[in-house]
Structure formats: structure tokens, C-alpha cells
Design a protein around this ligand. Sequence first.
Ligand SMILES: *Cc1c(COP(=O)(O)O)cnc(C)c1O
Length: 432
Amino acid sequence: MKYYSTNHQAPTATLHEAVVKGLAGDRGLYMPEHIKRLPKGFFDNIDKMSFQEIAYTVADAFFGEDVEKEALRRIVYDTLSFDCPVMKVDDNIYSLELFHGPTLAFKDVGARFMARLLQYFIRQESAGQVDVLVATSGDTGSAVANGFLGVDGIHVYVLYPKGKVSPIQECQFTTLGQNITAIEVDGVFDDCQALVKQAFLDPDLNTRRRLTSANSINVARFLPQAFYYFNAYARMKALGFAEKMVMCVPSGNFGNITAGLFGAEMGLPITRFIAANNANDIFYNYLQTGRYEPKASIQTLANAMDVGDPSNFARVYDLYGGSHERITSFISGATYSDNDIRETMRECYARTGYVLDPHGACGYRALREQLREGEVGVFGETAHPAKFKEKVDEILGIDIAIPDRLAAFMRGEKQSVPMTRHFEDFKAYLMA
Ligand SMILES: *Cc1c(COP(=O)(O)O)cnc(C)c1O
């Protein structure tokens, strides 16, 4: 399978090239040239298949031409060492729990898959170390760092905004050591993302080192996220509720929802999507006006969605041929203030007993407000509420238990490299 750039200026790439490069030479994002439709028989029987079996079928459609079957099967099965179950929360509303992985957020799926696929490709070469650069507003850094921890031939640099990531998030990528280096940038997430994007375009750096990205722009991270949309459908079908299923995705950089949209192109029968935003309402405004106007990001309670210029908008736009009409007929939006998020978490907990995290709360609320007669809604519960313990405890007046795998990170010692938001400084550090 070949991959083209959303900017249509760079040459097409093989999967291997797209995974190693991350971003295309023209700053565009890679898109697969074809999206295979899966046969009706697959969907008829999907409720009898395991998550891993379903995921392997989906992975084979994307990557089967480029990765040996047995190797791909191993990558998929190793990646999914945990489940992504659906849980009933409310009348007609289900939570797709994406937080059962090692760092308690959905990004574990893409990060674990990418680490294994990248390792598969670099083992076929003898070209030396690959450096992974990743900008994080919180959860990406921990998922990528843990996905790659101890993987031979790969060093990971995690760039994060100083003071804007919760202590629990921070310890998940600053305490690991080994092949993981945390870079603490004096700026906001968009500065971190800009540093990473600029590094890929810098000729000196790219002669000296082999750089790749593990942000949600990398095809090896974002496509595997389709796996759990198929699983959600399968589990809802088993319950008899997959007839008019609406998928609602708390969104920031839009990698997660884009993978779901790819699933729909493969034939997954989801009626429509909702992109739930916090106060960073760029996509919401695009849906209303047809104009995409990036802004500086605003800090919110749902900080992993504090994105002012969502990278994967380019993929959504490309997928629907730039048609605002096609996009708005399949995807609706929502935007919530911190007060809305608090109110929703309290209301849901009081009435159902379900503890939402601030990101999932946006998804749940959008379903409560927008679900139509006869539809069933599934929202992505994108992180475990204990990842945001200080906020969740305060908002709900509870003392939420910290799962063991999270507590283990908090006992480690923080190590980080301080950095300004100026590219020259970052470049000098990497060149040294
Ligand atoms: C990253 C993240 C999001 C946003 O996902 P995108 O793919 O960037 O849209 C939402 N919730 C949580 C908990 C996250 O970590």
C-alpha cells in the first residue's frame, strides 16, 4: 500500500517510509491510497469474535500487504494485552473504556502498536538508531514512552509543557530512564508540537540523526485506533444494540476520531459521529461556519484536549474531499466549558454512580444532549479518572483509588531536561 500526503506535494511513500518519517516532506500527513471495505460476512459474525481476532482482520486490511502475516499477528496480539470493554452507564448510553492499558489511556493502543511496527521495520535495516520525537499535552508522552520503553535501537524524546501536565501524568514519562528522555519546555503544548514539526524539516538535524514522530500524525499510531471502534460495535451487537449506533469521541488533535472515521469507510456500520470538544472549539466552529481558523490553545480541565490547531483535521478534510457538506452530514460537534464538565461529572456520578474523567465527561454530555429517538450512543472514556485524581476527587468529593500500575510510576524519581521554546536551543541540544 502506498501513502500520499494530504498536501499532495511530496511523493507517495511505502508504509515503512511513512512510519519512519512520520510527517511527509511537504508537511502533510500521510493517508493510505486505498481503504479496503471489509466483507459483509465479517460484520455478520463480528459479535462472536474476540477483540484480538477483530483487530487482526482490521490490521490486515491496512498493513497486510507490507508486513508478513505472522509478524503482524504477533504485533496485534502483543499490542492488545488488555481489553477495551463497553459498559452501560445510562439509558441508551455506553462507555467504551479505553483505559485498561499500562498508562490508563487510549493512546496505549496506538503507541504499543507503533513501537512494535517500527521495531519490525528497523530490524530489516542496519542503519542504526532511530530517534522518536513526541510532543505531549499529557497522555501521549506516557503512552509513547511506555510503548517504546526498552525497545532496542530506538531512543524517545518526550517534549512537554512545563507546569501544564498533571503530576500523575508527568511521572509516567519522567521516571522511566533507559531509552526515554523527558524534555521540559518553557511554553504551551503548541510550542512543543511546533518544535517537533520544525525538527523534521531541519536539513542539518536530518543529516545527523534519523528522526521520526510518534504523535498521532504517524500512521502506525493513528490507524490501529480503528481496532476498538470495531470492538465497540461487536460488543454492542452482542447486546443487541448495534442497530443505530452513534459514536462520540472526546477530541483534541483528532487522531482518535479519525481512526473511527476510517473504520466507517471500511464498512463499520456506525450511524454518525460526534466530536466532543472542551473550550478549544476550532473544529466545532468549522462545522458551524465552514471555516477552519486555528487559535492558541486554552488550558482546561480536560487538558489532553487543549489543542488550538488539531493536526488530524487535515485527514478528516482529505477523507471527505474537502466537502463541508459531507463532513457535517456525518459528524456533529459539541464544545464544553470547565463548568459544564464539572456539572456533568457530578450529575452522572450522582445519578448513575459512574465516575467520568474530564475528557470522557465531554463525550457523555454530548450524547445526553444530541442522541435522537431510537439511537444508542457509545462514548470513548479516553482515560481512567484516577489519572486526574486531584481534579476528580475535588469535583466529586470522593477519594478515588489509584490502580497499582499507576501508583508504581509515582514512586519513581523525576528526571528531565529543561528547554526553551526556541527551535535553535532544541536543535543545539539534539546536535550535541
Ligand atoms: C489524547 C487524549 C484525547 C484527545 O485525543 P485526540 O486523538 O488527540 O483527539 C482525549 N482524551 C484523553 C484522555 C487523551 O489523552
